[in-house]
Write a protein that binds this ligand. Structure first.
Ligand code: MEV
Length: 391
């Protein structure tokens, strides 16, 4: 990556005035006066909003903070976070600073494969239907591709099909659609509806539901980090860092062994994930649905990120579905969402997924460090007070 990218280390950023922060961001990213004005106006006008949903009477804004210190796959990123909860932005920035000492975050996203589900009911013979559908694989994939000429032009399209059996003579056909840089909901639903009649014919069954699955387990992202003991300790000694690391690994075990704790642990991850998903105009309900379904994929609700002591560092690892777009959808109509992508400096959906996963992992680290150490009220709220100039 070229070194024209902004630095994500902006020491003292929380101490300067709001207008100075806006100017600094504009300088770092090269924002135009119009883009800068968007920051003050909530990112979208009521007139634009009127074209997005129904019965519009106004717009509803959230605070937009900048997550700092992030280094992801060797690149510095300024993270726009739309969130109302105090301390989230400060905590993410603080954790990212610790992670940075060990090289930051390494993340890797799968291809942008979404699942189109076509439910077939009253199938005469599910085994024979499965065989017939398998035999017609090439025809089905070609038909799916034919419904998405624009996606094909961008290198996407139908990659595979999978057939699952449900009770009561039902089959579910999954079409795996590579949506490239789009989240893909509209395209996937279009394919599902277009293919259903032929699939029902092949299976000798009736058409049921035709819709994407939010359990996007073909579109996973993984993020890892290694935080050296000394960085984890902050001002204290590496020995104190080791004690903290062990306590954080213990907090991870608690979440691994107890679904009640895992829910809260994952909520802390979503504290980092959702603000970036929202700021970039993506469907956070879809991300939430996918995250929790994935967390429970083996029948037991589990943490999306885990932590272990490894040598002289605390190692964290997160894996979750991440169906995000950097084109189409809300982005086409929401100037504030486009601005957030500019601030992030991303073009590809997979790159955005890698960033979001890293922010989720950072947020989890921040929460566990506070919980395993001085407690959330002292730890996080002190960060918040410092950031807003009260402490
Ligand atoms: C609060 O919004 C999030 C936490 O509860 C997460 C956690 O407990 O890991 C602090």
């Amino acid at each position: 990556m070229s070194d024209t990218r902004p630095s994500s280390r902006l020491p003292g950023f929380y101490r300067i005035r709001l207008d100075e922060r806006q100017t600094e961001l504009a300088r770092q990213v090269g924002l135009s006066p119009d883009e800068l004005a968007l920051l003050a106006s909530g990112g979208i006008s009521a007139a634009d909003a009127d074209h997005i949903v129904e019965n519009v009477v106004g717009v509803y804004a959230l605070p937009l903070g900048l997550g700092l210190n992030f280094r992801i796959n060797g690149v510095d990123r300024l993270i726009p976070m739309a969130v109302e909860e105090p301390s989230v932005v400060a905590a993410a920035s603080n954790a990212a600073r610790m992670a940075r000492a060990g090289g930051g975050f390494a993340a890797q996203a799968d291809e942008s494969i979404m699942i189109a589900q076509i439910e077939l009911r009253d199938v005469e013979n599910t085994a024979a239907a499965t065989a017939a559908l398998q035999a017609a694989r090439a025809e089905i994939v070609a038909k799916a591709d034919a419904t998405l000429p624009q996606l094909l032009a961008f290198g996407g399209g139908c990659r595979d099909l999978e057939i699952r059996t449900l009770p009561d003579r039902r089959l579910v056909v999954h079409l795996h659609i590579d949506c490239r840089d789009a989240m893909g909901a509209n395209m996937v639903n279009t394919v599902a509806e277009a293919l259903a009649p032929r699939l029902a014919e092949l299976a000798r069954g009736r058409i049921g539901l035709r819709i994407l699955s939010n359990l996007a387990d073909r579109r996973l992202v993984r993020a890892t980090t290694r935080v050296p003991f000394a960085a984890l300790a902050g001002d204290k000694t590496a020995v104190a860092g080791e004690v903290l690391a062990k306590a954080i690994a213990g907090a991870s075990r608690f979440a691994e062994d107890d679904p009640y704790r895992a829910a809260t642990h994952n909520k802390g991850i979503m504290n980092g994930v959702d603000p970036v998903v929202i700021a970039t105009g993506n469907d956070w309900r879809g991300i939430e649905a996918g995250a929790h379904a994935y967390a429970a994929r083996d029948g037991r609700y589990r943490p999306l990120a885990t932590w272990r002591v490894e040598g002289d560092a605390l190692a964290g690892r997160l894996e979750m579905p991440m169906a995000l777009g950097t084109v189409g959808g809300t982005l086409a109509v929401h100037p504030g969402a486009r601005l957030a992508l500019r601030v992030l400096g991303v073009g590809r959906a997979r790159e955005l997924a890698e960033i979001v996963a890293s922010v989720g992992l950072a947020q989890n680290l921040a929460a566990l460090r506070a919980l395993a150490g001085e407690g959330i009220q002292r730890g996080h709220m002190a960060l918040h007070r410092r950031a807003v100039g009260e402490g």
